[in-house]
Design a binder for this molecule. Structure first.
Ligand SMILES: [Zn+2]
Length: 473
């Protein structure tokens, strides 16, 4: 499809299937800016018998962390078909779940409030939290939407309500001219809803740009404005590179969001990006914003972070293994192959851009790292980074750098043994196609065999070598 036709199709899809297949209706309301909170209602297609269990996520794919979003849930109530209201009881073992056991009611809907002021004060990484600022609410859907047990797979309709004059933007239903006051859209299931992000208010800007698929750039910069055309250049260039590399684009449209704020005291100033199925969000403080047009040399130098996060739409969000899942979870998993998710996708950046600084960075992170990290096996390092990846970024950089250097060595071997015919690009394409065909995660035992199937060559010796501590190589 031509991009213009595709945009049209997308706009229709926001409303066309409303109510036809919907099982669950989520409503988010933000109409009281003094309250610094949002109210959420979840209404199943039919009233539910008790017990009804409500769960908030603690694990977000790609965050490699434990984030207790359950700490910000207030006024959780079951609304009975008879008009009664019953409180939920929080799990006594500390799980992020609540239960309504009242056997006298049938639950028509549940409702709760997310206290965003408390979230802003208690979470210190910008990439973990939703925020409210004058004229703006920036919501990470997984921080505000939970799910009803046994209903996470049901089709969803969602309504966002705010002040009548406020534009509302969702990455699930993107538009360069956002609806005002109310937006309705559908999602395949709760997990797809939770993966998306929502911007509200007159203080953010959004534009649509022509690209291989429709591209949207949404920017909120506190007290300033980022230079959106350069952001669009980074994304359209990334899309072209990935289309050439994989031979296809996995998403129907793409949104890049920026959220640059003045950090509160105690906030982590780290600049991080978060990847999603058809979007990525970049967080930072306002000191590093790009407010004016840059020359092309500078744009190429800035490209790696954008390219890496868009590449995640292929790996690991649509091609993944072990215990990683591309959706939110109640219990954060211990993952044994973060070196694949992150390292292989940082190697892709080096493989396509050939910026030598990256190779030097990978080597320095691996060989000049602290002894405690060098002494870990690759599996131990990945397990440790599963919940501390960015919190102690020595772990994050070490695990992705080891993965990137493993990929570099495999690439050299493949090129050298096939006269340049087979490379890591062959590996990536085959793994991605395997995931499309099989629609399941690969196991750690399977992975070396998949490398062999992809290339016809045995790289198991290189793979085995990289599993050990750094000192053993
Ligand atoms: Zn990454």
């Amino acid at each position: 499809m031509k991009p213009a036709f595709k945009a049209c199709f997308l706009a229709l899809s926001c409303v066309a299937t409303l109510s036809l297949h919907a099982q669950l209706h989520y409503t988010l309301t933000y109409t009281d800016s003094s309250a610094e909170s949002v109210r959420i209602t979840i209404k199943p297609a039919a009233a539910l018998p008790t017990p009804v269990v409500f769960i908030m996520p603690r694990s977000v794919p790609g965050n490699y962390d434990v984030t207790k979003y359950d700490a910000f849930v207030e006024e959780l109530t079951a609304n009975g078909i008879d008009g009664s209201k019953t409180a939920f009881i929080k799990n006594s073992y500390g799980a992020p779940r609540w239960e309504c056991r009242d056997s006298n009611i049938r639950v028509r809907s549940i409702s709760y409030v997310i206290n965003l002021k408390k979230m802003d004060e208690q979470l210190h990484a910008a990439s973990d939290k939703s925020i409210i600022r004058p004229g703006f609410a920036g919501l990470l859907n997984y921080s505000v939407f939970g799910w009803i047990e046994n209903h996470a797979g049901d089709a969803v309709t969602c309504t966002i309500r705010s002040f009548a004059s406020w534009p509302i933007f969702s990455t699930l239903c993107p538009s360069g001219t956002p609806a005002r006051g109310m937006l309705e859209f559908t999602a395949t299931d709760y997990y797809t809803l939770a993966d998306a992000q929502t911007y509200l208010g007159p203080s953010f800007r959004v534009r649509e740009y022509p690209a291989l698929v429709p591209l949207f750039v949404a920017d909120y910069t506190e007290g300033a404005m980022g230079y959106m055309d350069d952001y669009a250049w980074e994304e359209t260039t990334s899309m072209k590179i990935l289309n050439d590399y994989f031979g296809k684009i996995p998403f129907p449209c793409y949104t890049v969001l920026f959220r640059e704020t003045v950090p509160a005291s105690g906030d982590d100033p780290g600049n991080f990006g978060m990847e999603h199925l058809q979007s990525s969000t970049f967080f930072g403080d306002t000191s590093g914003i790009h407010a004016a047009k840059a020359d092309e040399k500078v744009l190429w130098r800035r490209l790696p972070g954008y390219l890496h996060h868009m590449a995640h739409a292929y790996i690991p969000l649509r091609c993944y293994g072990d215990t990683y899942r591309p959706y939110v979870l109640e219990i954060p998993p211990v993952i044994h192959n973060i070196w694949f998710n992150e390292g292989f996708m940082w190697y892709l950046v080096y493989d396509t851009l050939k910026q030598q600084d990256w190779l030097r960075f990978f080597k320095s992170s691996v060989y000049n790292g602290p002894a405690d990290i060098c002494n870990m096996t690759l599996t131990q390092l990945s397990e440790t980074a599963s919940t501390q990846y960015a919190e102690d970024f020595r772990l994050g950089t070490a695990v992705f750098s080891r993965g990137a250097l493993m990929a570099a060595e495999i690439n050299d071997y493949l090129l050298g043994h096939t006269g340049g015919r087979v490379s890591m690009r062959t590996v990536y394409r085959n793994l991605y196609e395997w995931a499309e065909r099989n629609r399941r995660p690969f196991t750690m035992d399977e992975f070396p065999k998949l490398l062999k199937e992809a290339t016809g060559l045995d790289v198991s010796e290189i793979y085995r070598k990289w599993q050990g501590p750094v000192e053993n190589r």
